[in-house]
Design a binder for this molecule. Structure first.
Ligand code: NAP
Length: 251
């Protein structure tokens, strides 16, 4: 990529871009003309997605990082801002579940889920704030979950982390709004990805019955919402939770 092109395009970081929702978000943002930096622990998967995007006329690069490791994530984000001379869009999408009823939930499963889903978003937003403020433009999107809005038995750790993202995002929106930086949450309902693949047919049928739209969600449904909140025209949309769940919760 030519140097001039690197500085002209808006630069987006998407964590958890190797598969599922993050992959669809990355593809969609590339389609919108962003240079997308793909982040996860799986460099090979990221590189093959970057190759696919670049081959189809988009612009992407891969950067391996464990978002649960604050110093590796900080260097990754600072490195991107330095390399491209800008950082415009940050989508904190990487996430894990370690479901169990509270009496059986270990400290490790609590702390891992909080670190990967919540602390990582704080760390990434902190690292992204300076280059975004400098550029007087920023779009931060934290991918939460309907579990964090209405709760879900067996997911106290995950719901606490996702709910924490809402407070983080709204505080950021208040801190950074005057600098042209918006911060919003996109909260998916049930989306068919690796994360939900192991759930049985009975659970899927129950979910399906609760949906206004009578179909399970796909990753592209979330990418659509992220494309909207990260667009240049969405500067007046901040501090919001956009629930994309087929009408499951209406939260
Ligand atoms: P997924 O298919 O399991 O993908 C998870 C992604 O996160 C992968 O790209 C994975 O990459 C990355 N990741 C996990 N741990 C990481 C770490 N320590 N460092 C860096 N990357 C890490 O999940 P998904 O369904 O697409 O979920 C994406 C987001 O949407 C998550 O935040 C999830 O909580 C949220 N969400 C999903 C649903 C749903 O129904 N699927 C519903 C509500 C919310 P590597 O393994 O390559 O590192």
């Amino acid at each position: 990529m030519a140097d001039s092109e690197q500085t002209e395009k808006r630069v987006a970081i998407v964590t958890g871009a190797s598969r599922g929702i993050g992959r669809a978000i990355a593809q969609r943002l590339a389609h919108e003309g962003r240079h997308v930096v793909l982040v996860s622990r799986s460099l090979d998967a990221l590189q093959s997605l970057a190759d696919e995007i670049n081959a189809s006329g988009g612009s992407a690069s891969a950067a391996a990082a464990d978002v649960g490791d604050a110093s590796s994530l900080t260097s990754c984000i600072e490195g991107v801002a330095q390399e491209f001379g800008r950082l415009d869009i940050l989508v904190n999408n990487a996430g894990i579940t370690r479901d169990n009823l509270i009496l059986r939930l270990s400290d490790e499963d609590l702390m891992d889920v909080l670190r990967v889903n919540l602390v990582s978003a704080f760390v990434a937003c902190r690292a992204a704030a300076r280059p975004m403020m400098k550029g007087k433009f920023g779009r931060i999107v934290n991918i939460a979950s309907t579990s964090g809005l209405v709760g879900n038995a067996g997911q106290t750790n995950y719901a606490a982390a996702k709910s924490g993202l809402v407070g983080l995002t709204r505080s950021l929106a208040r801190e950074l709004g005057a600098k042209g930086v918006t911060a919003n949450v996109v909260a998916p309902g049930f989306i068919e990805t690796d994360m939900t693949a192991s759930l049985g047919d009975e659970i899927k049928s129950k979910v399906l019955a609760s949906l206004c739209v009578r179909r399970l969600g796909v990753a592209e449904d979330i990418a659509e919402a992220v494309a909207f909140v990260t667009s240049d025209g969405s500067g007046y949309l901040t501090g919001q939770v956009i629930t994309v769940d087929g009408g499951m919760t209406m939260a």
